[in-house]
Design a protein around this ligand. Sequence first.
Ligand SMILES: Cc1cc2nc3c(=O)[nH]c(=O)nc-3n(C[C@H](O)[C@H](O)[C@H](O)COP(=O)(O)OP(=O)(O)OC[C@H]3O[C@@H](n4cnc5c(N)ncnc54)[C@H](O)[C@@H]3O)c2cc1C
Length: 300
Amino acid sequence: MTVQDVVIIGGSFAGLSAAMPLVRAQRRVLMIDHNRPRNRFAKASHGIACLDGMSPSEIRSRALAQLQRYPSFELIDDTVSNIDGVAGAFNVATEARKTFASKRLIIAAGITDILPNIPGLEPHWGKSVLHCPYCHGYELRGRELGVLASSEMSFHQAALLPDWGATTLFTQGQFVPDQEIQECLTSRGVSIEVSSVVQVNGDGEGLSSVELEDGRTVRIDGLYITPHVSANLGFLKSFELEMVDSPFGRIVKVNELKESSKKGVFVAGDLSNPMQNGTFAMASGTMAGIAAHRSLVFED
Ligand SMILES: Cc1cc2nc3c(=O)[nH]c(=O)nc-3n(C[C@H](O)[C@H](O)[C@H](O)COP(=O)(O)OP(=O)(O)OC[C@H]3O[C@@H](n4cnc5c(N)ncnc54)[C@H](O)[C@@H]3O)c2cc1C
């Protein structure tokens, strides 16, 4: 069996960026990806230098086309189902019942957003129900915006949002700001609504309003949420990686070189980044790729 220098699990912002320094060092890289990136619900990616406004799928195909010019790069469309072994001798199994041997692993499998269970919310995810104003705020500038509180982080988001549009914080009856935070929000012009949002209305693209528990309807054009996240690590059955809390959920603990608690396993992108967007994912993927290469050179 051919031994890969590095198998990369996940072929989106982080995985694609991790591959680049490795193939340019002529290392044998196998990328396994089932092409379900976190932002696949959005038509365009914003805020990424040189790529602003490009669709997630076009960014992926451009990056892949560039990687495929390097003879030591290979992409497989499959789902990783198990990994085991130790640095220098990892095994990767897939749902298509293939197995691969690799000296190093880079996991860039991303996270899954767990959306609040409110009727009408999910169909608008990535269109007018959004997670980040830096990514999707400018397009809704000057409109009626809402923040659906899901943690204390939502206060922070509500304080930022008036730079894009008139903002209402929906506390959902659970996340009530203390006096200091309330003063900050008031000074930013944020309205606070304590009756819970029970229904989100729109045409599947744009929002028109939200309905409140007390029977009122409030016009809203864009609703921001901070979803809890689940790490895409279902294939980790043979060993565990140390995890760490982030404001959104558990992510993988890594050092500054993106190496996890398991030697030879590097983890990049949303799966190990507390600040999450495409640019951060690309930067951490690059770091993981370079660090994996250096470990092949200096540790084998
Ligand atoms: C709705 C929405 C819109 C967003 N818009 C923007 C934006 O405009 N600008 C911006 O900078 N950021 C945006 N983001 C954030 C951005 O999507 C993430 O930060 C970025 O996708 C993280 O990249 P990643 O490579 O870590 O993970 P992902 O992009 O999620 O990619 C993970 C990859 O791993 C693959 N994978 C997972 N498990 C397996 C497995 N077992 N086997 C094989 N493959 C697997 C998946 O199929 C996927 O291709 C948005 C996020 C959301 C939710």
